[in-house]
Write a protein that binds this ligand. Structure first.
Ligand code: NAX
Length: 325
């Protein structure tokens, strides 16, 4: 019998996890032959709800779910892990400035980072989901120097999937016909969805749509999709975010398909002139449980300008939390 993979998940009693945990436990992330142990972390006030989530996980009798641990102690959650999904974060409240949100979440991610540093396997794969995801990951990385910095990533797969879905609707194709979709930058409204390298059944997508659609409709629709879901649902995207986390980790662990790539926010190594160390979304090819940033893409002036704007936003966020990094 294969040893189970241990996955720590923060914010486990929240909305995203209410769909995501069941997908992981049924094999969606690590595959149909890999048992998993879920090490679920919540704040003390949410432990009652978390116990109810565990009751439902138990009631599914998932063959691959070897154990479910519920805890409010980060040390217990992060011990012996292979992966950690940082979903828990403080939502933006009424009248709260973005800088207040950065500071409140920065405190969460700096203290969890210190515990991660102390007890976690240095090669654990980390995906930060809680917003502002890229800067939270930046803070986590700074506070967990023992963890391989390459392994501290943030989620832009939801944006990537949204972009594929928008293009498929526009050109009337299946989502599986689309390759090499790309999101650059921050998981925020400055993100840069880019179809320059995208193909639809092997043909250049840029030849199938007007440039004005790509620049003036596609980019803002994808970048503001989160807000559109909030307006329609009254709360932020949950099931689609959970699904994207499953995709992000599955690609990282099992690899991207031949001839394709995916978008992941990863620590910049200076590629494409982006400040080293920022957690920036790039095209990546995953193989053998690791990833490489795709190199050598030519960037047109329009996209380059937008990539810089998104980098500047991340630099401002980094400046606002510099006492925590
Ligand atoms: P919920 O408010 O439903 O759940 C968050 C949970 O985190 C709560 O149960 C809370 O008790 C817990 N929590 C708070 N502080 C914690 C801590 N220090 N340790 C452990 N648990 C803690 O939010 P949900 O809808 O699940 O969204 C979670 C986060 O994902 C939010 O920050 C949200 O903005 C972000 N999102 C990120 C997306 C992305 O693509 N990166 C898209 C969806 C979503 O907006």
């Amino acid at each position: 019998m294969t040893d189970p993979v241990r996955i720590a998940i923060t914010g486990a009693a929240g909305q995203i996890c209410y769909s995501m945990l069941f997908r992981i436990a049924s094999g969606g992330m690590y595959g149909p032959n890999q048992p998993v142990v879920l090490q679920l972390l919540e704040i003390p006030q949410a432990m009652g709800v978390l116990e109810a989530v565990k009751m439902e996980l138990d009631d599914c009798a998932f063959p691959l779910l070897a154990d479910t641990i519920c805890t409010s102690d980060p040390k217990t959650a992060f011990t012996d892990i292979d992966a950690a999904l940082f979903v828990g974060a403080k939502p933006r409240g009424p009248g709260m400035e973005r800088s207040d949100l950065l500071k409140d979440n920065g405190n969460i991610f700096s203290s969890l980072g210190k515990v991660l540093n102390e007890v976690a396997n240095p090669e654990a794969k980390i995906c930060v989901v809680g917003n502002p995801a890229n800067t939270n990951a930046y803070i986590l990385k700074a506070n967990a120097p023992n963890i391989n910095p390459r392994n501290v990533t943030a989620l832009t797969r939801l944006d990537h999937n949204r972009a594929i879905s928008q293009l498929a609707a526009k050109v009337d194709c299946k989502v599986t016909d689309i390759n090499k979709m790309l999101i650059w930058g921050n998981h925020s409204t400055t993100q840069v969805p880019d179809i320059s390298y995208c193909t639809v059944s092997g043909k250049a997508a840029s030849g199938m749509v007007d440039q004005s659609w790509a620049q003036e409709e596609f980019i803002p629709t994808v970048a503001k999709r989160g807000g559109a879901v909030i307006a329609a649902r009254g709360s932020s995207s949950a099931a689609s975010a959970g699904s994207a986390v499953v995709d992000h980790m599955a690609s990282w662990v099992n690899g991207t398909a031949d001839g394709d790539w995916t978008s992941m926010s990863v620590p910049s190594d200076g590629s494409y002139g982006i400040t080293e160390g920022l957690i920036y979304s790039y095209p990546v090819i995953c193989k053998g449980g690791d990833y490489e940033i795709v190199q050598g893409l030519e960037i047109n002036d329009f996209i380059a300008g937008k990539m810089k704007e998104s980098e500047n936003e991340l630099l401002e966020e980094a400046e606002a939390v510099k006492d925590m990094t």
